[in-house]
Design a protein around this ligand. Structure first.
Ligand code: F6R
Length: 366
């Protein structure tokens, strides 16, 4: 049942090239420059006329929501707010009939997310679901939706659900950009073509596995760990930290790299591993200066870099290479090494990787 892998989590990490492809199959028609998703087409006017999109989710799905916020705002220029479903439902939020609410949930059973949907519906908003489990409560409670095609996710720590959520949300953001005319045709087409290449690039990122295992051996006993990223990779840093804490029980925090100097930098000494997501893209120079700041305080730097990077290689203690994509879609690729790192650290520490203590796969009570 684990298909030759030691754990479901590892199997599910390695399934990502396939399930990402399954998720865009039939929806992404890059040769025609089209995206076709019934749930979006049938409700296109609601999205186009939305004054605002509110995304409600929990945990890893909330991180996918943050990536979506950056994509929808940049591509389609619609204001987006991302809310923890548990906060949203209890704070008497302002919801109008011309708001669109997107609920993201792997299981489709998370109690707080379900309650947020019910509240949004009561206030007259249009509610769209991004779920993995077909026929789940959230998929039934929403007005329309688009499934991720990740297949059953057994490991409690979410992996393939997250990258397929980003895939669906990228399709939505690009479709809305096309409808609103907010993106140049060349940027739009480039993202379509790059999305189609993501499965093979994820496959390539997986090839760093042995190297990541060696890094895991060095840092497996660290009591703390920081994850830093900017832009689309800021939510990936949060997700990397969540993965590490939930399966290895190492205290970890994710931050936007520039926030480091507003507090967390005080934690940095020679015992602090800092994982920095540093692809050669928009924020590259800024991330390089963040890396220099960590180095000046003797922090241990594990950097995720674009293939062939030389500058960061000379500064970091360890580098993990990954293929480049568009700024937005690199978030999917950068997730992979972080999943593998947490996995190996957890296995080396002897924890129950697939069923970490105190956690349940779907949180059906608030
Ligand atoms: C993290 C994890 C949880 C879930 C969260 C939401 O690895 O699994 O944080 O992401 O409980 O679950 P869903 O997506 O099923 O609503």
């Amino acid at each position: 049942e684990k298909g030759g892998y030691d754990h479901f989590m590892l199997k599910e990490i390695y399934e990502q090239p396939q399930v990402i492809r399954d998720t865009f199959r039939g929806r992404l028609l890059s040769d025609q420059g089209l995206i076709k998703m019934a749930g979006i087409e049938d409700n296109l006017n609601k999205f186009i006329n939305a004054k605002r999109i509110i995304i409600a989710a929990c945990g890893t799905s909330w991180h996918a929501g943050l990536v979506a916020e950056y994509m929808i705002e940049e591509f389609a220029r619609i204001p987006v707010e991302v809310e923890y479903a548990s906060e949203f439902r209890y704070r008497n939020p302002i919801i109008n009939a011309d708001d669109v609410v997107i609920a993201i949930s792997q299981s489709g059973e998370t109690a707080d997310t379900l309650a947020a949907i019910k509240l949004a519906k009561e206030k007259g908003a249009f509610v769209f679901g991004v779920c993995n489990v077909v026929g789940s409560s959230i998929s039934r409670e929403t007005h329309a939706g688009a499934y991720t095609h990740a297949g059953p996710e057994i490991g409690v720590a979410s992996t393939k659900a997250f990258t397929t959520q980003i895939t669906v949300l990228a399709l939505i953001a690009l479709r809305l950009a096309k409808a609103k005319g907010t993106m140049s045709q060349s940027d739009y087409l480039r993202n379509l073509i790059e999305l189609e290449l993501i499965p093979e690039k994820v496959q390539e990122a997986l090839l760093e596995n042995d190297k990541i295992l060696e890094i895991a051996k060095i840092y497996k006993d660290a009591p703390n760990c920081l994850f830093l990223g900017r832009g689309f990779n800021f939510p990936v840093a949060l997700e990397g930290a969540l993965k590490l804490k939930e399966i290895s029980y190492i205290h970890a925090e994710g931050y936007p790299a520039a926030e480091m100097k507003h507090g967390p930098i005080a934690l940095i000494d020679e015992n602090m591993p800092v994982i920095v997501i540093a692809p050669q893209q928009n924020h590259y120079d800024k991330v390089v200066s963040n890396i220099q700041e960590i180095k000046a305080r003797s922090g241990k730097i594990i950097a995720l870099v674009s293939k062939g990077d030389e500058q960061v290689k000379n500064l970091a203690d360890h580098i993990i290479e990954m293929p480049n994509s568009t700024e937005a879609l690199t978030s999917i690729i950068a997730t992979i090494p972080l999943q593998l790192l947490s996995y190996h650290v957890a296995v080396l520490r002897g924890t129950n990787v697939d069923q970490p203590r105190n956690l349940a796969k779907s949180v059906t009570v608030e």
